[in-house]
Design a protein around this ligand. Structure first.
Ligand code: SAT
Ligand code: MN
Length: 581
């Protein structure tokens, strides 16, 4: 493969720092993938699963201290701290390179450095972007094969000699004390050391496609978002495309491949995690999925919660940190109602229920998107799909109603910026604490979030017919501590309401201080067993709760100082006023 001189020189520099005994350029071929799997089976990095029931499926057990993204060790290393903003960890570029350089120095001695040219986005799309990463992890190379398009196709999409995001990765000694995930937006550069975990180590995903891409997108006038992309087909055969932002491990993968409980309605999957959106020449917002596969959360994936995912992981899948049955099949909490006897837990020990779940709560599957039974036939369309609705969803047991619609684009940007969520096992740290998470981008925005809000507002002005923006919360609970809304396949009822709002038909809503809210009768509940009072509670807007939440929001906004767009501040004040009456 021939690459540009700039790329070759950069790879030489990475090799000079890490000192591998061998440098291998990856071509993305099946033979290369098979050889990697063979090698990992030999050295124990992978364990073969039952090849009769799970053909070409493998299990990887990671270091027990390396099982999730480590946000406290993730930094935006822009020249000025202001550019990173108050919601990012920041380190000066020189200091960052000095610190991580010490961990990288000679870290590949006696080992192989793999060079992975990869394309994010479909071949032939002007929205696709190139990265070149080096790594010492065969698990990372194999995973990049699944999650991105590796090889010559990447190089062919470079628009100039230096048109690529460069990424250096080494597992180092896997110690959290010598782990750093560093982003240098001005240099289009990522340095990640000390972790082999997905979001820290598969540099195409969060580091490139969100943190650096969001910063590039601002300069180039597009949006890089933590969003699934879905096509909703109605009984007339019309497909309406929506993109939805939700925090990690909060049902994004499930929603992207939802099997409808409403007859005549169905969903087509375009992407489950990241959307790159451009305004085309006619003023239409269009989205591509930059990824080629899914890196989904295994626990609670079952024939009931996500039949499509359950089916797609039955072959050609790499599982990470799931449990294993005595017959070599993967298992995780929720897959079957009862755990099978004789399980090995995610660390390979005979499972003792007293010592925690069998599968790690953030255990994952890595699989090609084309294996998804609901994959949209046009999911790799170089033009992307036209987006007519955007959804912001988070995990809140209180306050936030099941669904409501923003008054207009700028009000929708306000609603996105106002999101908070309860944390999950996808990040290292405490689970279930409420934290601010604007647009589900708090861990992924590569620049000052106040500027990010401005960029969203400005983008709206360039769209001929801005998509309607919706806010959802599947996770509200009643006083009995039980979820009020059944979720999963029944979420199609909520999508149906949105689609009808988008096309200006039948469905109605009432105006409230936070937006257009469906009355219980506005949602299609045919065939659904839900108590009237549960649905009413799921849709309730409580002024006292909201005024408290808006106070919290006000203090969060204060952190941005004068950089916060005036429109956002004004919308907050208007909402407070409406509630005070
Ligand atoms: O772990 S990843 O960052 O790859 C996925 C996620 O947390 O959204
Ligand atoms: Mn994600």
């Amino acid at each position: 493969m021939s690459v540009t001189d700039v790329a070759e020189k950069w790879v030489e520099e990475a090799a000079a720092m890490t000192q591998p005994s061998r440098v291998v350029w990856c071509d993305g071929s099946k033979a290369e993938y098979d050889a990697l799997i063979e090698s990992m089976l030999r050295d124990g990095t992978l364990i073969g699963l039952n090849q009769r029931t799970y053909p070409n499926c493998y299990l990887h057990r990671s270091h027990p201290q390396d099982v999730a993204r480590t946000e406290q060790l993730t930094f935006i290393c822009s020249r000025s701290q202001d550019e990173a903003g108050p919601t990012n960890n920041w380190m000066a570029p020189a200091e960052a390179k000095q610190k991580a350089g010490a961990y990288f120095k000679g870290s590949l001695k006696g080992r192989t450095m793999y060079v992975i040219p990869y394309l994010m986005g479909p071949a032939g799309s002007s929205m696709s972007r190139v990265g070149i990463m080096v790594t010492d992890s065969e698990y990372v190379v194999a995973s990049m094969h699944v999650m991105t398009r590796v090889g010559a196709v990447a190089v062919q999409h470079m628009r100039s000699d230096d048109d690529f995001i460069a990424g250096v990765h080494s597992m180092g000694d896997l110690s959290p004390d010598r782990r750093l995930i560093l982003h240098f937006p001005e240099e289009k550069l990522i340095w990640s050391v000390g972790s082999g975990y997905g979001g820290n180590a598969l540099l195409g995903k969060k580091c490139h496609a969100l943190r650096l891409a969001s910063s590039q997108a601002r300069q180039e006038g597009w949006l890089a978002e933590h969003m699934l992309i879905i096509g909703v087909e109605d009984p007339e055969g019309r497909i309406t495309y929506l993109a939805a932002a939700m925090p990690s491990a909060s049902g994004k993968t499930n929603l992207s491949m939802v099997v409808s409980s409403l007859p005549g309605w169905r969903a087509w999957t375009v992407g489950d995690d990241i959307a790159w959106m451009h305004v085309d020449a006619s003023g239409q917002l269009r989205a591509i999925n930059p990824e080629r596969g899914f890196f989904g959360v295994a626990p609670n994936t079952s024939p009931k919660t996500n039949p499509n995912a359950t089916e797609m992981v039955r072959s050609n899948t790499i599982f990470t940190n799931v449990a294993m049955t005595p017959t070599g099949e993967p298992w995780w909490e929720g897959l079957t109602p009862e755990p099978p006897a004789g399980l090995l837990d995610w660390q390979g020990r005979p499972w003792n229920p007293a010592s925690g779940p069998a599968a790690h709560p953030n255990s994952r599957f890595t699989v090609l998107a084309e294996q998804c039974p609901s994959i949209a036939p046009n999911w790799e369309d170089p033009q992307g799909v036209p987006i007519s609705g955007l959804i912001f969803g988070s995990r809140r047991t209180k306050v936030i109603p099941l669904v409501f619609e923003a008054f207009d684009w700028s009000h929708g940007v306000f609603l996105g910026s106002a999101m908070s969520t309860e944390t999950t096992a996808a990040i290292t740290g405490q689970v279930g604490v409420v934290r601010r998470d604007p647009m589900a981008m708090i861990p992924f925005c590569g620049y000052n979030m106040a500027d990010y809000f401005s960029h969203w507002l400005a983008t709206g002005n360039r769209i001929a017919k801005p998509p309607k923006i919706f806010r959802v919360n599947w996770f509200r609970k009643g006083d009995d501590g039980k979820f009020l809304w059944p979720g999963f396949g029944d979420n199609m009822r909520v999508l149906k309401w949105m689609v009808e709002r988008i096309h200006g038909a039948r469905t109605s809503a009432q105006e409230t201080p936070i937006g257009w809210l469906p009355r219980p009768g506005d949602l299609d509940t045919r065939g659904l067993t839900i108590k009237d009072e549960s649905l009413r509670e799921a849709l309730r807007v409580d002024a006292t709760e909201w005024l408290g939440a808006l106070d919290d929001l006000e203090s969060f906004y204060k952190g941005f100082g004068r950089r916060l767009p005036a429109t956002i501040a004004k919308t907050l004040a208007d909402t407070q006023r409406k509630f005070r009456g």
